[in-house]
Design a protein around this ligand. Structure first.
Ligand code: TXA
Ligand code: MG
Length: 348
């Protein structure tokens, strides 16, 4: 398939690109578009035929539902019935923004979007060009992340081009600073609301305004609340070892094992102390948002380098650190605990 590619940072073509993308969507085509989290692969959410093309392009299992994207918070009632009190409170505070709320769906949303569930995930992106794209389409846009299924979500142009050139009708590129991890998914169909997928908007943020619990990650293969949780996600080609220990123990563990064929993702506090060929910075351990913005890009960079093992440090499991850990642990072949690292001395 020939894919039309447009750079939205080029003011001269922005308007043409947007109209062309809307035309493609209204003709049941599929378009990659930027959001503040990761790139999405969009189709008319009301068209069974168009949505079918998303599953085909990604190689996505049909029992994994898609998020419906809207350009305006006031449109939520057009796709969902029963906007619960908690959902309204969350929407008021965090939408537009990197959050998806699950609500009982209206019958306009076809089963192929919800994978047969009676609920629908709704999201209003905060990125201006994303809302402009959806608004110009004039329909709700069903969109998963624009990666081939099982690969890390795309955060940069090079990633979407690698995965979707030849698979989508058009690609809209815009590489601004990204959150880098997908939206927080919150099931608002029952009380307390439940976080199905952690993101930048954290458990702590939501706790301030609603009664909220976190869905514990279920084992692969068990009946999940969020169908997406049962699949092994975000898998780079290299073997991933998450070193879930304090920075000193983790540094020691990595130093003892790393070779020139491996890579390490490390916090700056330990970076200079790790003398290896491929070392990627996760920033300061006190700022896991930086680490979150880089994780998927680093996985892809490691694929390009052809590294054999990726050792990653692990931030504290709070705030956006929880979202980082969720993605890292899903990608991990092995999670090393502090107690597995014997004889760890203080870094001097
Ligand atoms: O940031 C994001 O959310 C990005 C951008 C493009 O908006 N989208 C994204 O979509 O990450 P996707 O399809 O890669 O992930 C959607 C997740 C999946 O885990 C899916 O199972 C879950 O949301 N989900 C969608 N609808 C659901 C529903 N009705 N009930 C439970 N989980 C749902
Ligand atoms: Mg995805």
């Amino acid at each position: 398939m020939f894919t039309e590619i447009y750079d939205l940072n080029d003011d001269k073509i922005y308007d043409f690109a947007m109209s062309r993308a809307a035309e493609i969507i209204n003709g049941d085509g599929i378009v990659v578009f930027p959001t503040e989290t990761v790139y999405g692969l969009g189709a008319n959410a009301l068209s069974v035929q168009a949505v079918g093309k998303i599953f085909k392009a990604k190689g996505r299992p049909s029992d994994n539902p898609l998020i419906v994207h809207l350009s305006d918070v006031n449109e939520i009632e057009s796709v969902a019935c029963e906007v619960t009190q908690s959902a309204s409170i969350i929407a008021k505070k965090f939408m537009p923004g990197p959050i998806t709320i699950i609500l009982k769906k209206k019958s306009v949303i076809p089963d192929v979007v919800s994978a047969g569930l009676d609920s629908v995930g709704v999201r209003v992106p905060s990125l201006q060009s994303a809302r402009d794209f959806i608004g110009r389409c004039g329909v709700a846009i069903a969109a998963p992340s624009a990666n081939i299924s099982g690969r890390p979500s795309p955060t940069l142009s090079a990633h979407v081009l690698a995965d979707m050139n030849g698979r989508a009708d058009a690609i809209l590129l815009e590489d601004n600073a990204r959150i880098g991890l997908e939206s927080t998914v919150v099931d608002c169909t029952s009380e307390p609301v439940r976080i199905l997928r952690p993101g930048l908007i954290s458990f702590e943020d939501l706790s301030e305004i609603v009664d909220v619990i976190i869905q514990d990650d279920i084992k692969i293969g068990q009946a999940p609340h969020s169908p997406g949780m049962k699949y092994r996600h975000y898998k780079p080609k290299a073997k991933v070892i998450a070193v879930n220990a304090d920075i000193f123990a983790a540094r020691r563990y990595i130093l003892e094992r790393i070779t020139d064929s491996d890579a390490a993702l490390v916090f700056d506090e330990a970076k200079d102390k790790i003398d290896a060929k491929h070392v990627f910075s996760l920033g300061q351990i006190s700022d896991p948002q930086y680490a979150a913005s880089k994780l998927f890009a680093y996985f892809r960079a490691c694929d390009e380098l052809g590294v054999r093992m990726i050792y990653s440090m692990v931030p504290p499991n709070t705030g956006v650190g929880r979202a980082f850990n969720n993605r890292l642990f899903k990608a991990a072949d092995e999670i090393v605990k502090q107690s597995d690292i014997i004889d760890c001395e203080e870094l001097t």
